[in-house]
Write a protein that binds this ligand. Sequence first.
Ligand SMILES: [Zn+2]
Length: 446
Amino acid sequence: MRVIPVLFLLLASSAMPMVNAQGQPDIVQEHWYHSWSTLTADAHDWMVENPEIVELRSAGETVQGRDQWVVVITDESMETKTDGTPKEMVYIDGGHHGNEHLGTELAFLVAEYYIEGWIAGDEDVIEVLQNTELHIMILLNADGNDIDSRWNINQVDLNRNYDHHWTTDETASGSGPFSEPETLNNADYMNEFMVDADLYVTMHTGTWILAYPWGFTGEMPSDYELFEHIRDTIHETIDADLPVRNANAGIYPTHGTSRDYGYGVMGYPTFTFETDDEQFLLGTAEELSSRLSTELDVMRYLISNVWYWRARLQVNSLDLAIGDKMTLDVTNLGHASTSNASVQYVDSEGIELWTSDNFSVNATNSTVAVLPADNLTLVDGGVFQLYYQKRVIDASTWVNESINQTAIDISEPDDSGWLPFASPIWAILAIGLAGYKRNKHFNADY
Ligand SMILES: [Zn+2]
């Protein structure tokens, strides 16, 4: 276990030039761990030098009064995506355990990657920052980090202190759920700013693994298809050896973790990213960004594809036979299933007049739902919209999305010549459905 020479770090942070014209002094960043004071200096410099993409917020203070900095990275010139829809939201934290330095450095490296990529004009990074807000709390447990301790200054294991199946059976879980300011501040930040996030990754050091929920039970999470899709893609395209498993089996059973809270209470797809167990030594020749290159590649993949980490329903056709039924053809472009979808009919004021029965759409699949509609009465200015949950987990966010008018076909009851589709359209649909079947992900493990 390495003890950080505090006096040395204080000298380093005050006497050394922390920045240069190109951004961060990589020779320093690549070979030292951050303390709270050097992280504060670096994050401040990021904000001052790159105001067009970096904002620095404090989510609150630790027991000893250190700010829990959140680095917010996005193209500030764009309020929304170019199509006017809200930007994707990604939440990352590091340093729950103060002595797990590589996990904290991974959170720092992710922030640095996007900031330096923007400065260098990297097209992929620019596209991500135009479409995504990254919120990164690099060091949650700054007090513990300063004394190289797993716990916070109250001797609490912060990753057992969340209000999700909290129990005194876990070692040092605190006097109650959210008894510690560090965890409460993190949850408050999620609830205030990150409700719509479609990815949360919390970074640690231990067994090398990317672990998804649950920790508190061995049962698979409701959104297992999403997690297994991500696992398979990582194995096929990045690293076949990185274990990607549910935390209960892949690490060990745990209660009150931020990962389970993020999934079970906030409804995010969540991961614990544990880098390997060996800590990094001062003076080593290996650079942190090369030591953590696989982890960075996985993070880039998870962030670039965040659009897919929820259900994304697209209505191909909505055929309403007035006084009878509605036939809905809907495709899921995302990789998460949804089980509580419905069609709503609202008036011009947005007041709900009618809601269909619920239907489900599997991940990356299509569904034709025939829904009773005998009690639906159309009004002037009325519109149809979809209402559904982004994922299967109960806590996941509900979305309301309008249905493209051109997909809607309404027929009167006496319209005996009405047909739902012209035959060439059927042929095109059949080809499309065959394609979906071929591409459908096959889950045989559980
Ligand atoms: Zn940890």
